[in-house]
Ligand binder design. Structure first.
Ligand code: PEP
Length: 262
């Protein structure tokens, strides 16, 4: 039986906004959504601030009971020990993070994270009750050499090795050539890859998990194009970078249903 998937709009702040700016931002975002009478059944909202902001965001969200989820942008594959500079999933769980982004293309490229690293981090997230937002996507060269789906599907296959599907999963398809470039994929391109990713989840984790898993598109999403992606049957939301730092633009993306009548 098909499961209804609540659309998910996730803002990846990357290395922007310190903890004071984070407090102001999340408070204003909550006000903007409340003023607009956003129905969170139409779209769940999450922000992914830098590590140093998480305690402040937790305090605000908990004190004001804000309906905004949050998570980290990365997690260590290890639980504790001599890993200078790394952050354990246990610490993120203590801060009530619900999600953690794993395998973002900037981590894969700038920090040379491999598919095996991504898999180890997904397993670590699950050990601590966090839902991984697993990012996959092809470069422009991959696209030319292998077509759109081969690389994201291979990355997801590796990321899900040994994973228990009952522990929660979000997948973000982010073509590397579309991230921060202003050149988004077309909705049809996004649908083609997201549908291949869902078929892979069904093969590896079963139909029930596949039908419950939210698959996001990411790459130059803005208020003007979000609705066209959400009309596709296998696209369940967006991972938003640059546009997530502008409250009006981000809240407009979150309210995609209302402002374009989708
Ligand atoms: C991202 O970094 O995950 C991203 C999708 O960025 P942007 O929306 O700026 O393309």
């Amino acid at each position: 039986m098909a499961v209804k998937r609540t659309p998910f709009i996730a803002g990846n702040w990357k290395m922007n906004l310190d903890h004071l700016q984070a407090i102001a931002f999340v408070q204003k975002l909550a006000w903007a959504l409340a003023d607009a009478k956003h129905d969170f059944a139409d779209a769940e909202v999450a922000v992914f601030p830098p590590f140093t902001d998480l305690r402040s965001v937790q305090t605000l969200v908990s004190a004001d009971s804000l309906p905004i989820a949050y998570g980290a942008q990365d997690v260590s594959a290890h639980d504790s020990g001599a890993y200078t500079g790394e952050i354990s999933g246990a610490f993120l769980a203590q801060l009530d993070c619900r999600y953690v982004i794993i395998g973002h293309s900037e981590r894969r490229t700038l920090h040379h994270e491999t598919d095996a690293d991504v898999n180890a981090k997904v397993l670590a997230a699950h050990r601590h009750g966090l839902v991984p937002v697993v990012c996959v996507g092809e470069t422009a060269d991959d696209l030319e050499a292998h077509g759109p789906s081969a690389v994201p599907v291979a990355q997801l296959r590796a990321a899900l090795e040994g994973v228990d599907g009952s522990k929660g999963l979000v997948v973000a398809y982010e073509p590397v050539w579309a991230i921060g470039s202003g050149q988004a994929a077309t909705p049809a391109q996004a649908e083609q890859v997201c549908s291949a990713l869902r078929a892979l989840i069904a093969e590896l984790l079963g139909d029930e998990v596949a039908s419950a898993t939210r698959i996001l598109y990411g790459g130059s999403v803005k208020a003007a194009n979000i609705a066209s992606f959400l009309r596709e049957p296998n696209v369940d939301g967006a991972l938003v970078g640059g546009a997530s730092l502008d409250i009006d633009e981000f809240s407009s993306i979150v309210r995609f249903k209302k402002h374009v009548g989708a």
